[in-house]
Design a protein around this ligand. Structure first.
Ligand code: ADP
Length: 489
């Protein structure tokens, strides 16, 4: 499979800076691996702060002209990029599966989703409008307009190698910003592939730059992006731990920052719920990308009357899952991304078992399939001192908690320091409105487990982040409001 991927035109061995495909100045490279069998797909530039400094300068120079393009020009270029990515969606998906491990059907889903942001922001570009506000003084006029903030640094994770880039970059480009993108070290090939198509679409040199580096260089590169006076803002999707570091570094220069960090989503099933639908939603929200999404359900709270029925049906459905190499047809559960994740997931489950959790199915790595595969797992008897309760698991682990009252469910759901997504199933209209109001999260799925779409604002509260991506609000991270008072009228 790596051979097929390596022979594709869209696969790049170089980074992309100022419209050129370049190696690292040091000529260092690092390996990008296929998590299905831990084989090397490609070696690509391991850039350092010097390379990134150069990319920032190029993006800064490009900003001087890009900011003066019309919204219509930017819209047309984004649309061309979208069209080319649509034409090439199968090839992009193949690269994505090779480096991320997600099943091809899911990779296709992500490409579709990632592309949709470029389409959406190509439309939004021409809809960013100013306002005239009624003045309290007859001789004055109050006007507001939106301006691009400048060069933005985009640091992205491996779980959605395509969509996490387009969701940021297309919003930035739509309002007139230029970007330096630092993709995750596990999945830079998808980033390079989509930027190749941006180049083909005619997006000018220096407007989109991709700097690739191994993990060891990421902290220094992140620091440079946060502290460079030539960078106006940072948008980061990743762990809460790294998000906190970047937030601190941005404080020095009072830099704009958007953060999409970890979640700890509750998935609540009330007595009135349609259990078949709830199980379907649970499967979709838990096992997509092998549980490695920040909106994955992390704690399943099931009300006592429907507990047995829900749990039995869920275990039945889980047993139908096929684990394996995502490139093979029929596979719906791929590997975890790397050894670090494998160790995390394993230790989460071991910690829970040690503290009294009961395993209904799974509970250990699927070593017979490959080094990075983990069995889809259901554990019950969950207590609040377990890591699986307090932290984001990022793996195919369903942790189930039984509750009695609505009040108890909300107390458990809200009793964590994260607040990204939350889901609940109920057919009781009053309860739907009550719980919707009281759940402390940025996004809610009621009677459905899949909520992400370009039209809706994605983001969290508490330690899950700052700002919103996608939707008409998605441009706010990349633009500032200028108020003008025109007097003497
Ligand atoms: P995950 O746990 O999902 O790998 P991380 O937050 O560690 O999430 O990684 C997300 C992105 O942040 C990746 O591109 C990674 O290289 C980058 N990164 C990791 N550490 C730092 C850091 N100290 N500063 C800036 N970026 C970092």
């Amino acid at each position: 499979y790596n051979l097929i991927v390596r022979s594709m035109n869209l696969l790049s061995k170089k980074a992309y800076v100022n419209g050129e495909w370049v190696p690292a100045t040091s000529n260092e490279v690092f390996e990008v691996k296929n998590p299905a069998d831990c084989s090397t797909i490609e070696k690509i530039p391991d850039m350092d702060v010097g390379d990134v400094q150069n990319a920032i300068q190029c993006a800064s120079k490009a900003f001087q002209t890009w900011k003066s393009t019309t919204a219509k020009e930017r819209s047309i270029l984004l649309r061309k990029w979208f069209d080319l990515m649509t034409e090439n969606q199968k090839s992009i998906a193949k690269i994505l599966t090779a480096e991320s491990g997600k099943p091809l059907s899911e990779a296709m889903g992500e490409v579709h989703y990632g592309n949709s942001f470029v389409e959406w922001f190509s439309e939004q570009a021409r809809n960013v409008r100013g306002e005239i506000i009624p003045s309290p003084t007859p001789s004055k006029k109050i006007m507001i307009e939106h301006y691009p903030i400048g060069v933005v640094g985009l640091i992205t994770p491996w779980n959605f190698p395509h969509a996490m880039i387009t969701r940021k970059a297309s919003a930035a480009l739509a309002v007139g910003c230029t970007c330096v993108i630092k993709p995750a070290e596990d999945t830079p090939l998808t980033a390079l592939a989509i930027v190749k198509l941006a180049e083909e679409a005619g997006i000018p040199k220096g407007v989109l730059n991709v700097v690739t580096s191994d993990r060891k260089n990421a902290p220094a590169i992140g620091k440079l992006l946060c502290e460079s006076p030539l960078v106006a803002g940072i948008s980061f999707t990743g762990s809460t731990q790294v998000g906190k570091i970047l937030y601190q570094q941005c404080a020095k220069g009072i830099k704009r920052i958007g953060l999409e960090l970890g979640g700890n989503a509750p998935f609540i099933v009330y007595n009135s719920a349609n259990i078949d639908n709830a199980v379907e939603g649970a499967m979709a929200s838990k096992f997509r990308n092998c549980g490695q999404t920040c909106v994955s359900s992390n704690r399943f709270l099931i009300q006592e009357d429907v507990y047995e029925k829900f749990v039995n049906k869920l275990v039945e459905e889980i047993k139908k899952l096929t684990i394996g190499n995502g490139a093979n047809t029929g596979v719906n559960l791929g590997p975890l991304i790397n050894t670090l994740q494998m160790n995390k997931v394993s230790s989460f489950v071991e910690d829970a078992i040690r503290k009294g959790a009961k395993v209904l199915t799974g509970g250990k790595p699927a070593k017979d399939i490959g080094e990075l595969f983990y069995e889809p797992t259901v554990i019950t008897n969950i207590k609040d001192n377990m890591d699986v309760y307090n932290d984001e698991v990022f793996g195919p682990i369903v942790t189930i908690i039984k509750f009695k009252t609505e009040e108890e469910s909300l107390k458990i759901a809200n009793g964590v320091n994260r607040g990204l997504a939350g889901y609940f199933y109920s057919q009781d209209v009053s309860q739907i409105f009550r719980v919707n109001k009281l759940l402390e999260v940025g996004m809610i799925g009621i009677n459905n487990g899949i909520i992400s779409t370009a039209e809706a604002p994605f983001g969290g509260i508490k330690e899950s982040g700052i700002g919103r991506e996608g939707s008409h609000l998605g441009i706010e991270d990349y633009s500032y409001v200028k108020y003008t008072c025109l007097g003497g009228l």
